[in-house]
Design a protein around this ligand. Structure first.
Ligand code: NAD
Length: 287
């Protein structure tokens, strides 16, 4: 299958590599020339323009920062997808915006499904992402050969539903990371060893992705290199709290987490990894 792949960043690059490994032809496009060179080195076709990338593709995969880049791409004059093309938005986008874009594309004979992912860069490399897919079953059947090399797919319902559950997952993930870090920093000041605490939490009811993955792999070693930006996480948390507000669900903790995360985003470098929230807590949270 010929696949256009737009957005070859931390996640898109290893995902495109998986598609090449599964014998798909990948025509990649990214605003960053370095990302395009990296794709060419893997055996993909680096397109000079969006139009070149999508011209011969039956499936267009988007792995962009979020809905505004997705909208810009789909409204770009270079996006001339033929009728019957399926666009798979694998970015973590805004569910209601996704529905609007799907309706617009449908009028042009183009289908949009959403298939955001969880698992980070490490699981993008091994093709073991958790993929949450929203759209008509027949449309999801058509893109199944594209998603199979990337991870395990769970169908979530109508278009936009994958984006909704993805944002809600990240609200959980960010809130877990905040409270886990608060607990460990308090324990440290009491004289407890952080590695011992993480190990005990992992055998106890405080266990989460933060204790099993983020603290042991990126925070305790001091590398802060998960490959997921703090600002991208804030975008997802805002999508989730916006969704909760829209449907009238109670979310006081979500709003508190967003407020803290927004202060950290102001204080830290624009490209800070999301695991650096711990350093902000350590130094600046009480300021
Ligand atoms: P990234 O910033 O590393 O990559 C985004 C890429 O998109 C960049 O290479 C950028 O140059 C390109 N880009 C931006 N606008 C563009 C446009 N208009 N046209 C073409 N290229 C454009 O981000 P990432 O970490 O790869 O994340 C991508 C998406 O996946 C985001 O929605 C993010 O929330 C989500 N996500 C990330 C992770 C992670 O661990 N990094 C995990 C799950 C989901």
């Amino acid at each position: 299958m010929t696949i256009a792949f737009v957005g070859l960043g931390n996640m898109g690059a290893p995902m495109a590599a998986r598609l090449l490994g599964a014998d798909h032809a990948v025509h990649g496009f990214d605003l960053d020339p370095a990302a395009l060179r990296a794709l060419a080195e893997l055996g993909g076709t680096a397109a000079d323009t969006l139009a070149d990338a999508v011209r011969d593709a039956s499936v267009v995969v988007l792995m962009l920062p979020g809905s505004s880049a997705v909208g810009a791409t789909l409204h770009d004059e270079g996006f001339v997808a033929g009728p019957g093309t399926v666009v798979v938005d694998m970015s973590s986008s805004e569910p209601l915006r996704t529905r609007e874009l799907a309706a617009e594309l449908a009028a042009r004979g183009v289908t949009l499904v959403d298939a955001p992912v969880s698992g980070g860069v490490a699981r993008a490399r091994t093709g073991t992402l958790t993929i949450m897919a929203g759209g008509e079953p027949a449309d999801l059947d058509r893109v199944a050969p594209v998603l199979a090399p990337l991870g395990t797919v769970t169908r979530t319902g109508a278009v936009g539903s994958g984006h909704a559950v993805k944002a809600l997952n990240n609200l959980l993930s960010a809130t877990h990371l905040l409270v886990t870090s608060e607990a460990i920093l308090a324990g440290e000041r009491f004289g407890l060893d952080p590695e011992t605490m993480v190990s005990i939490f992992n055998g106890s009811s405080g266990r989460s992705g933060s204790t099993e993955n983020k603290w042991p792999n990126f925070i305790l070693p001091g590398t802060y290199d998960s490959g997921f930006g703090l600002r991208l996480m804030l975008k997802d948390m805002r999508i989730a709290t916006g969704l909760a507000d829209q449907v009238g669900a109670p979310d006081p903790l979500g709003h508190a987490a967003v407020e803290l995360w927004a202060r950290a985003a102001e204080a830290l470098e624009p490209n800070a990894d999301h695991t650096e929230i711990v350093n902000w807590l350590r130094k600046d949270a009480s300021a």
